[in-house]
Ligand binder design. Structure first.
Ligand code: NAD
Length: 360
């Protein structure tokens, strides 16, 4: 039976990079992958057409699909709008509407790009870590929250860090299952020495770990984890953590590679249905110039095939094709080093398709 992919190009460079990812999907379709692509508007493009960042039709299409591929949303054109109807609300609406509670962000450094990092090449060469971030709970959503006047007549701001056992258990399972597919090491990040909510997190992760005896579980405080990510990032395989700690650590980890245009991400629900997108934004400064690096979006397609569509073999082939074009010396401007020829968005996408077709 055919699987449906909802394609949401969005704004800025979104349509350009998604066009290259679609070429990859069409190449796989020609090689026997049974997929249908359905396209819809989201973000600023949807505001311009319908007045809403997430039109009902788009959410319905995303819900009905087996997976969603998103480009990026936002841009200066829509910044003056009220926060409730800005493009970014489209993204949050998709995460909430699809119950995407697990955010997976790999930070992979291809050997050819070792000099793109601000860290020493030997610290990051061959880096391959995966951060699993809880996405729909914790302090970003906990109640009560707000700004109030306290008993002494002074204003105070407050938020609530709260995690239920089931919320921790389901994200822990994503962490363990991800580790099972990799080097079988999971590090759970908390602040159990200070925060009861994360002491509870540690207890639940430890209990769930008994179901995964082949995965080596360790625990680390978040302050130490931030230090270790910069000192010796290759000690990690998979890290699982709360919404806020994951927000901070995943940005830190992604920048170890120094190449924002290279990193994909996945946000998954309880059934491994997911939304896949590059970690970068809509890059308005280079939009429409055929300069954007499409590889993060193409690698997001590989994650989609692996996690939602159960097509790990095709995922491997895409990742191998990306490695091949990098080894062949192709660079978009964001990953270019002096002396190297720069290729356009379209040229990079075409090169990946050629390398992929050679292996199909
Ligand atoms: P950005 O990621 O769009 O751009 C940061 C810098 O990286 C820019 O110089 C840009 O040119 C460069 N860059 C990003 N992606 C690139 C690519 N694929 N190839 C080459 N260079 C690339 O972040 P920003 O400038 O802070 O935000 C721009 C807009 O994107 C804002 O409206 C923001 O709200 C939005 N945004 C959207 C998402 C999303 O859709 N998930 C994420 C972050 C930011």
């Amino acid at each position: 039976m055919s699987q449906t992919i909802a394609i949401l190009p969005g704004d800025g460079i979104g349509p350009e990079i998604v066009a290259e990812a679609k070429k990859v999907l069409h190449a796989l379709k020609s090689a026997g992958l049974t997929i249908e692509l359905d396209e819809a508007l989201v973000g600023g493009a949807a505001i311009d057409a319908t007045g809403k960042p997430l039109p009902d039709d788009t959410l319905a299409l995303a819900k009905a699909a087996d997976a969603v591929l998103l480009g990026a949303v936002g841009g200066p054109k829509w910044e003056p709008l009220d926060i409730a109807i800005r493009p970014e609300k489209g993204l949050l609406g998709l995460r909430a509407g699809l119950n995407l509670f697990a955010n997976l962000r790999p930070a992979i450094l291809y050997p050819e790009l070792a000099n793109a990092s601000t860290l020493k090449a030997d610290v990051v060469a061959d880096l391959d870590i995966l951060i699993v971030r809880e996405l729909t709970g914790g302090i970003y959503f906990g109640q009560p929250r707000g700004i109030r006047t306290n008993g002494k007549g002074e204003q105070e701001g407050f938020n609530t860090l709260i995690y239920s056992e089931s919320e921790i258990e389901r994200i822990a399972r994503v962490g363990f299952e991800s580790a099972q597919k990799r080097q079988k090491r999971l590090c759970s990040i908390d602040k159990a020495n200070v925060l009861e909510a994360t002491e509870f997190w540690r207890n639940v992760v430890t209990r769930v770990g008994k179901d995964y005896p082949e995965v080596e579980l360790s625990h680390m405080y978040v302050d130490n984890a931030a230090m270790q990510l910069v000192r010796n990032p290759k000690q990690f395989d998979v890290m699982v953590t709360t919404n806020m700690f994951g927000d901070i650590l995943s940005d830190l980890a992604s920048m170890l590679t120094g190449s924002i245009g290279m990193l994909p991400s996945a946000s998954l629900d309880a059934n491994n249905k997911g939304m896949y997108e590059p970690i970068h934004g809509s890059a308005p400064d280079i939009a429409g110039q055929n300069k954007a690096n499409p590889l993060a979006t193409i690698l997001s397609v590989a994650m989609m095939l692996r996690y939602s569509l159960n097509q790990a073999k095709f995922a491997d082939l895409i990742e191998a094709a990306v490695k091949q074009v990098l080894a062949n010396g192709l660079r978009t401007s964001d990953i270019q080093e002096s002396g190297q020829k720069t290729v356009s968005t379209v040229e990079m996408g075409d090169a990946v398709v050629v390398a992929l077709q050679a292996s199909l």
